[in-house]
Design a protein around this ligand. Structure first.
Ligand SMILES: Nc1nc2c(ncn2[C@@H]2O[C@H](COP(=O)(O)OP(=O)(O)OP(=O)(O)O)[C@@H](O)[C@H]2O)c(=O)[nH]1
Ligand SMILES: [K+]
Ligand SMILES: [Mg+2]
Length: 430
């Protein structure tokens, strides 16, 4: 990020023109100057006002636009902020941007710079910024809801809760150090100290055990595998509702992995069709078979269309008997399907939903991303260290490190808070 943090920045904040309306934002100390330069006056704060925009210096008319001013520090960026809602034609947008470039002290914003300023000015924390980023990328309802929670500070609030508990635990330890000989500290620990530390570790562990937010984007990896001509590609096509893979009566039709993202019962899946597993002299097909085997390793769920007894990993497999219209029922299969009659497809979908439930964040659940998970793993390790009763001094140090790690979730140092809590709440008369 460039060094001129004090600069006033501007950018087109809405999508690529042409569109009905385009929103151009300006943030920084010169935002009001920019409004005056283009609109010729300074409208009342926080009230939409219609204005004729001209090139600075009273030049030609650029557009008739809605102008909004949000004075800092209570604006979304924490600085003086202005918005021009102009007609969204390419040349209108280009002309207004060019006019802004003429205003002294303004420069084009870098990617993410408005949000970056919101973070740097304490308007949002890191996890909220991540939520905003997710919200912009959300493609499904579930993704949108999870992102909104994050952007709204749900994780920040949970982290604050954990920080409060950690601080109380640390302060209790410190208090004991001040009054006791080191040797006695263990026995002088306030009652309930170990229990609340253990409870905190359990809570953090539970959050870690849940599927990450990325799961909603990547989907449940479901590999369709089995011998050649088992009907794998035909099943893929039925499940995704389009001809994603070539099917034919010739064994060895599929060679590459065919990946098809799809929603099944509202849940995201990544279906992967594979080459039929067999020994073959065909060099290309052999590579396909190797890829098929490798994809089985990384599968969350395997739809196994071969002999049920030969299923690769029974724990992850759904044993599907294909071509139910022409085959006698195999009692060892988990379900029987026919893509010709459609029989059993609903049962298979129900099984997929059931198996995937534990792999995806639940509705309404606060899901965390891979970055948060990495931090929480670190925090949990330090909480476990602190649980070992042998050395209270080391325990205090472990708690301190855990607090520092937790702060990385929200990106706030939080040292001041810590000192306040430590010396304020547990004033011990020194
Ligand atoms: N009767 C019947 N035929 C089916 C069914 N599913 C697939 N087939 C037929 O079985 C043959 C093989 O189907 P594919 O979907 O290409 O099988 P595959 O397992 O992908 O084959 P490879 O890619 O070669 O390993 C085709 O002729 C399909 O029309 C079914 O449910 N019933
Ligand atoms: K085939
Ligand atoms: Mg195939």
């Amino acid at each position: 990020m460039s060094a001129d943090r004090g600069a006033t920045i501007y950018a087109l904040s809405s999508g690529t023109p042409p569109a009905a309306i385009a929103v151009i934002r300006v943030s920084g100390p010169r935002a009001d100057a920019a409004v005056e330069a283009l609109a010729g006056r300074l409208p009342e704060a926080r009230r939409p006002s219609l204005a004729v925009l001209r090139r600075p210096g009273g030049g030609d008319v650029l557009d008739r636009a809605l102008v909004l001013r949000f004075p800092g520090p209570t604006s979304s960026t924490g600085e003086d902020l202005a918005e021009f809602h102009v007609h969204g034609g390419r040349s209108v947008v280009a002309a207004v941007l060019a006019a802004l470039a003429q205003v002294g002290g303004l420069r084009p914003a870098e990617p993410g710079e408005f949000t970056r300023r919101a973070f740097e000015n304490g308007r949002i924390d890191l996890s909220e910024a991540e939520g905003l980023a997710d919200l912009l990328m959300a493609e499904t309802e579930a993704q949108r809801r999870m992102a909104l929670q994050l952007a709204g500070g749900a994780l920040s609030r949970r982290v604050e809760d954990w920080q409060r508990t950690l601080l109380a635990l640390s302060a209790q330890l410190e208090a004991v150090f001040d009054f006791a000989d080191e040797a006695d500290v263990g026995s002088d620990l306030p009652s309930g100290w170990s229990e609340s530390l253990r409870a905190l570790a359990t809570e953090v562990g539970a959050a870690l055990a849940r599927p990450s937010i990325e799961r909603l984007r990547d989907g449940v990896r479901t590999v369709i595998a089995g011998p050649p001509n088992a009907g794998k590609s035909s099943l893929l096509n039925v499940l995704v509702g389009r001809e994603a893979a070539i099917t034919s009566a010739i064994p060895g039709t599929t060679r590459d992995l065919v990946e098809a993202p799809t929603a099944i019962g509202g849940a995201p899946f990544l279906l992967i069709d594979t080459a039929g597993l067999r020994e073959t002299g065909d060099v290309i097909e052999t590579i396909g078979v190797e890829r098929a085997r490798a994809s089985l390793e990384a599968a969350d769920i395997i739809l196994w269309l071969g002999d049920p007894e030969a299923s690769p990993d029974p724990g992850r497999s759904i044993r599907v008997q294909s071509k139910a219209d022409i085959n006698d029922a195999d009692p060892k299969a988990d379900c029987r399907v026919s893509v010709v009659t459609g029989a059993g497809i609903d049962d298979l979908i129900a099984l997929l939903r059931e198996r995937s439930a534990g792999l995806l964040p639940r509705e309404g659940e606060l899901a965390i991303n891979a970055r948060h998970q990495a931090i929480l793993r670190d925090v949990l390790e330090h909480l476990r260290e602190a649980q070992s009763p042998h050395d209270p001094i080391l325990a205090a140090e472990s708690l301190r490190v855990a607090r520092g790690s937790l702060d990385r979730i929200t990106g706030r140092a939080g040292v001041e808070d810590m000192l306040d809590a430590l010396f304020g709440t547990f004033c011990i008369g020194k």
